[in-house]
Design a protein. Structure first.
Length: 579
């Protein structure tokens, strides 16, 4: 997937926080809760001060008030922790859910060219890893930033209130800590990018290996795939070690800076002049508050990795969300078209390539006519049929359906008019019923059964224990290749669209089944405009017209008998198949 110039960290994080819109109430409750929790920290120091003073003054009344005050502090502290943590997690879970929905919805709108240039492994990794990292940044990291950040602020405010001269030492450490955070964040960002790329490559290798396990075993390529996976994973492994090393170094160094600041405060605190000006309780209370500062600072320093990884995760997700959606600017809709197709001076090349797949194609197809697209592999047959339902945008030329430019049709309406059966059968891990009526929930069982009968699929479905409710597994793996093909054909029967595209529709069938299905397909094709693509020329002999393609150009057209008589390109193809 091509990478656009990387946005700034602040820009990306602000965009991520934009998902908090509509969650102002729970987010505010979270902040209030953490503010209560943070404010309780100085109260702990105050408790220590009061205890020391009570001991010095032999104050027996404090036996009752101080325990109650201490319990009250922890009750308030617990309430604040609950409010902050629960509503923060609620906000984080809601944001992640909304992002997941948005990215899935976006994926369904992206053009084919996006999927052509993006490997599935990289895409799946971007979605899973990106969302997981965002979840950590929005929940864990944001919770730490707010809770510990407010705690540091409250503690600093308290120690400055007690003695601003001594507390000014913390300001000397601030620039050094800020520089460390900035430089470390840049380092994290660079390493994390490399890590995500390597993990995406590893996922792609694993996906290909699992999806093609029979080929891997058949060719004895297990060691080769092991090597590919280990190589990709090793890059990620080294990147993760670098992240851990930088993180492990940053935390103690930052703690050392704060510890030096606290040590300087202790040194000055023990000055005779200061000892003379303050009571023991005041000094202990001040030291307790100062000693509480390193812990939240340590947690804040550790959250830097999570934030940077969350930002990288957000960039992975936003890179997908920012992709241009499939063009759909039409305003025309038809209830049911006649199927008159007119292709004029059509030239096409796939995005990101200069090689023309189709060149100067002009073709008129009458309603109800069966057209067979014939030619060698790579001649442009499938590409031409895919342009009719606007899988890709046309570079040059026009396609009209019933006299209307296909770009004027609303995309959903255009595709409602077309049924497609491809050699690459697409089935889903669902029931036979839902696979046949895919996308439409209003078909009756009678309509589904009728479609299955026409596709000669009912005979094997009736033998299954759950019949129409049988789960067929991922891409129909519980069925044979021929059975899967029959379901795809039945789906086209059920759709009953006025335009039918059959791209090697019987390629997975044996000769006997092919003869039966071909008869049913011909019945279906009689009442609609049909494009048939087949390498086996015997399957398209009954077409009304054969369009012969070679290197993206129409070189011949006519009936089978006419083209054989002419002795041209088609005749040579036909003769070579008969040999």
């Amino acid at each position: 997937m091509p990478e656009s110039p990387a946005p700034t960290t602040l820009t990306t994080y602000l965009r991520l926080l934009g998902y908090l819109r509509g969650l102002l109430t729970p987010f505010s409750l979270s902040i209030i809760g953490f503010l209560i929790f943070a404010a309780s920290q100085p109260m702990l120091a105050k408790v220590m001060e009061l205890i020391i003073e009570a001991i010095e003054n032999k104050d027996t009344v404090a036996r009752i008030t101080l325990p109650l005050f201490s319990v009250g502090v922890f009750v308030i502290r617990g309430l604040g922790f609950f409010l902050g943590t629960y509503f923060n997690d609620y906000v984080g879970a809601t944001v992640v859910r909304n992002i997941r929905v948005e990215i899935f919805d976006r994926l369904l709108l992206l053009p084919a060219e996006f999927y052509d240039r993006t490997t599935q492994g990289q895409l799946l990794h971007r979605i899973s890893s990106g969302v997981n990292q965002i979840q950590a940044a929005v929940t864990t990291a944001l919770k730490t930033i707010i809770r510990e950040g407010l705690t540091v602020v409250c503690l600093l405010a308290y120690v400055f209130y007690l003695n601003w001269q001594l507390s000014a030492i913390f300001l000397l450490a601030a620039p050094l800590l800020a520089w460390m955070v900035t430089s470390t964040s840049k380092r994290f960002r660079k390493i994390t990018r490399r890590n995500e790329s390597a993990l995406g490559e590893a996922m792609q290798v694993s996906k290909e290996t699992i999806g093609n396990y029979s080929v891997v075993r058949g060719f004895g390529a297990e060691k080769y795939e092991m090597s590919r996976y280990a190589k990709a994973l090793n890059v990620a492994y080294k990147s993760q070690l670098k992240i851990r090393r930088v993180q492990a170094m940053f935390s103690p160094v930052s703690q050392l800076v704060v510890a030096i600041a606290v040590a300087m405060i202790i040194f000055l605190l023990l000055d005779p002049a200061i000892l003379a000006q303050n009571t023991t309780g005041e000094l202990v209370g001040y030291l307790t508050a100062a000693a509480l500062i390193p812990k939240p600072l340590r947690q804040l320093s550790g959250v830097g990795v999570t934030i940077q990884q969350g930002i990288i995760g957000a960039e992975l997700i936003f890179a997908i969300l920012d992709q241009r959606a499939e063009k759909d600017e039409g305003d025309y809709q038809a209830e049911r078209i006649r199927g008159d197709i007119d292709i004029r001076d059509l030239t096409f090349h796939y995005p990101a390539t200069d090689k023309r797949v189709l060149e100067n194609i002009s073709l008129h197809v009458n309603p109800g006519e069966m057209i067979a697209l014939v030619g060698k592999s790579g001649s442009g047959k499938s590409t031409l049929s895919s342009l009719i339902y606007r899988l890709y945008e046309v570079d040059d030329g026009k396609i009209f359906i019933d006299g209307v430019d296909i770009n004027r049709y609303k995309l959903a309406n255009l595709r409602e008019q077309i049924a497609i059966v491809s050699q690459h059968v697409a089935l889903f891990n669902d029931t036979i019923r839902n696979n046949i009526s895919y996308g439409v929930s209003t078909y009756s069982d009678a309509e589904i059964i009728a479609a299955l009968e026409k596709a000669h699929a009912l005979e094997f479905i009736e033998a299954l224990p759950d019949k129409l409710n049988t789960e067929i597994g991922e891409n129909g793996l519980k069925l044979s290749g021929g059975q899967r093909q029959r379901l795809a054909i039945a789906r086209a029967f059920l759709k009953d669209a006025p335009i039918l595209i059959l791209d090697e529709a019987t390629s997975s069938l044996d000769n006997e089944s092919e003869a039966i299905i071909t008869e049913g397909v011909e019945d279906l094709a009689r009442s609609r405009t049909t494009f048939v693509i087949a390498h086996r020329l015997s399957t398209i002999l009954r077409a009304d017209r054969l369009i012969v393609l070679d290197h993206g150009k129409i070189v011949e057209q006519g009936t089978h008998a006419e083209l054989i008589k002419n002795g041209g390109h088609y005749a040579r193809l036909f003769e070579s198949e008969q040999d």
